[in-house]
Design a protein around this ligand. Structure first.
Ligand code: ZN
Length: 159
């Protein structure tokens, strides 16, 4: 008789997105993303961080101040990193798990690389223009999005 308390595909991939978020150095927002193909094979992962070669210790991590003195011009989002980290060819018809609903910039990249479905955890910026723009583009482009269903399964690791 097979084990019955194994995690679902959605839990597996969102769990990997959540674990990836733990790599982020951003003091306020940690986001992770995991891209999966139609056969449930993981294609790529990413988290929000400074571009390669841009020193984490000298780049700004704050949210306020002049544009060149806060993080927003510089941080590469988890979803975009996951897309750009992929080395295998096409992401057409893949799906992306993200711990946060994609911003408008990531939404454009998601659409342009052929990803067909977005599964997200938090949608805490749903009332912002960025998220509204993302949904408008997803709707027009035929990209489906759905919230991750939290079932309350607890998993603990000693790392
Ligand atoms: Zn983004």
């Amino acid at each position: 008789m097979k084990r019955t308390d194994y995690i679902s595909w959605d839990q597996y991939f969102m769990g990997i997105a959540m674990l990836s978020a733990e790599r982020s150095k951003d003091p306020s927002t940690q986001v992770g993303a995991c891209i999966v193909d139609e056969n449930n094979r993981i294609m790529s992962v990413g988290y929000n961080g400074m571009p390669a070669g841009c020193n984490d210790d000298t780049m700004p991590w704050g949210k306020v101040g002049a544009p060149l003195d806060n993080k927003y011009f510089f941080v590469c989002h988890a979803e975009l990193n996951a897309i750009l980290n992929y080395r295998g060819g096409s992401l057409k018809d893949a799906r992306i798990y993200s711990t946060l609903f994609p911003c408008n910039e990531c939404a454009k990249a998601i659409i342009q690389c052929g990803i067909k479905e977005v599964i997200y955890c938090s949608d805490k910026y749903s009332n912002t223009d960025s998220t509204i723009a993302s949904k408008r583009m997803f709707d027009m482009a035929g990209i489906t999005y759905r919230p991750f269903e939290v079932k309350g399964r607890k998993i603990t690791f000693d790392l």
